[in-house]
Design a protein around this ligand. Structure first.
Ligand code: HEM
Length: 403
């Protein structure tokens, strides 16, 4: 058995780390076939991962590899979910990211602290008496989606629909069986955004959607398609990831009671603990799609012009040449070099928000609840089948209230 084929197995979903380790040792840049039938290069060492993420010859917008008779044809067949900064190259990337950048600086995000604390406390109020919860549905999912909906100014009551639509996109494997559902859900999501933008156009407020509509109406800064694209990206990126930072982190603490105790005893460890959550079992298993715009030699392999590349972030974060004893979960170590938020121009825009949400969520959980335990046998936990996201379907726990 070749190790990279194991990437698409059930045992990989459960525990990818032994497979990543083998790849780093035996085949650090390996060409393999995706379930969709397309070929990709899987990159597993820290050094190669960092090099590729920083190298602008690995592009995000594959239309830059193509020739068009008329410029208008360029995006004729791409969906609005591809019309955003994450799938753009320079100079479009700078323009698109620049429109929302100010809303996500650490300083601006810090001002959200009281509101994030309030949402966190409300969620715990609702389950505290029960002695048990599904940490994902009851806590780790609602928190970030409510926060990003409030920032954008879209109704957070519609969050279950956002969750359904974005799960469909993220879990799609590209095989034909999936395609019909993906198309339908993308269509519904697009319709929702179109209607919502029309509402806000009519009656602007002090929120991000209104600001973006303003930029679009000013003329050449943002097209209508890009307007929908950035809203969809922020809704999806704003919750598909942070939910897993909180839940993968809590799971790691439950599996390492000494670390849980250390954090309870010394709450000032919360910041390094969050960085260790990100390093040890990060929410984003693989970076998003990249293509080589020219033939590039890396790690002794020739990546041809037009080849597709996936960077295994969670493998880079377990690379023994960068992190001592990488499979050890240690909230006191210096994890700051991790690549969980990516690197280079596409470095996660939402990193300050994700960090603050996780800090408040996990800090408050430990303040208010004690005797936390998994309410299911560990081997029965189900990991989501997504290639990109590393996260659990459910995380049932029991606890007692701190008096
Ligand atoms: C980009 C991870 C939370 C918004 C990225 C990338 C990673 C990442 C790895 C780069 C992908 C690539 O280069 O292929 C994470 C993790 C999160 C998180 C681990 C939580 C723990 C958030 C949140 C938001 C957000 C809360 C927004 C509210 C974005 C955006 C980009 C991005 C807009 C694209 C940036 C660009 O292309 O310039 N994120 N993210 N993320 N993230 Fe996050």
């Amino acid at each position: 058995e070749k190790s990279s084929e194991a990437i698409f197995s059930k045992s990989f979903d459960r525990n990818p780390y032994p497979i990543f380790k083998r790849l780093r040792q035996e085949d650090p840049i390996r060409k393999t076939m995706l379930p969709s039938g397309h070929y990709t290069w899987i990159v597993t060492t820290y050094k190669d991962a960092e090099t590729i993420l920083k190298d602008k010859r690995f592009i995000k917008d594959y239309t830059n590899l193509m020739e068009f008779e008329k410029e208008e044809d360029r995006y004729a067949h791409t969906s609005i979910f591809a019309r955003n900064m994450l799938f753009a190259d320079l100079p479009d990337h700078r323009r698109l990211r620049g429109l929302v950048q100010q809303a996500f600086t650490p300083k601006v995000i810090e001002e959200l602290r009281p509101r994030i604390q309030e949402i966190t406390d409300d969620l715990l109020d609702q389950v505290e008496q029960n002695g048990k919860m599904n940490l994902i549905d009851d806590f780790a999912f609602p928190l970030p989606i409510i926060v990003i909906c409030e920032m954008l100014g879209v109704p957070s009551e519609d969050r279950d629909q956002f969750r359904m639509w974005s799960n469909t996109l993220i879990e799609s494997t590209g095989d034909p069986e999936d395609t019909e559902k993906v198309m339908l859900h993308m269509q519904q999501f697009t319709q929702y955004l179109t209607d919502w933008v029309a509402t806000r156009r009519h009656e602007p407020k002090e929120d991000l959607v209104s600001k973006l509509i303003h930029a679009e109406e000013e003329g050449d800064r943002l097209s209508e398609q890009e307007l929908y694209g950035v809203i969809a990206l922020l809704i999806m990126a704003g919750h598909e990831t942070t939910v897993n930072l909180i839940s993968n982190g809590v799971l790691a603490l439950l599996n390492h009671p000494d670390q849980l105790e250390a954090l309870r005893k010394d709450p000032s460890l919360i910041k390094p603990a969050i960085e260790e959550f990100l390093r040890f079992d990060g929410p984003v298993e693989f970076s998003t799609d990249r293509w080589a715009i020219e033939t590039i030699e890396i790690g002794g392999q020739m990546i041809q012009k037009g080849d597709h590349v996936l960077v295994a972030l969670n493998s880079a974060n377990r690379d023994e040449s960068v992190f001592n004893d990488p499979d050890l979960f240690d909230i006191t170590r210096d994890s700051s070099k991790h690549l969980a938020f990516g690197k280079g121009i596409h470095f996660c825009l939402g990193a300050p928000l994700a960090r603050l949400e996780a800090e408040i969520a996990v800090g408050t959980l430990l303040n208010r609840l004690t005797n936390l335990k998994l309410n299911v046998e560990e081997h029965k936990l189900i990991w989501r089948p997504s290639l990109i996201i590393r996260g659990l379907e459910e995380l049932p726990i029991t606890f007692e209230k701190v008096n």
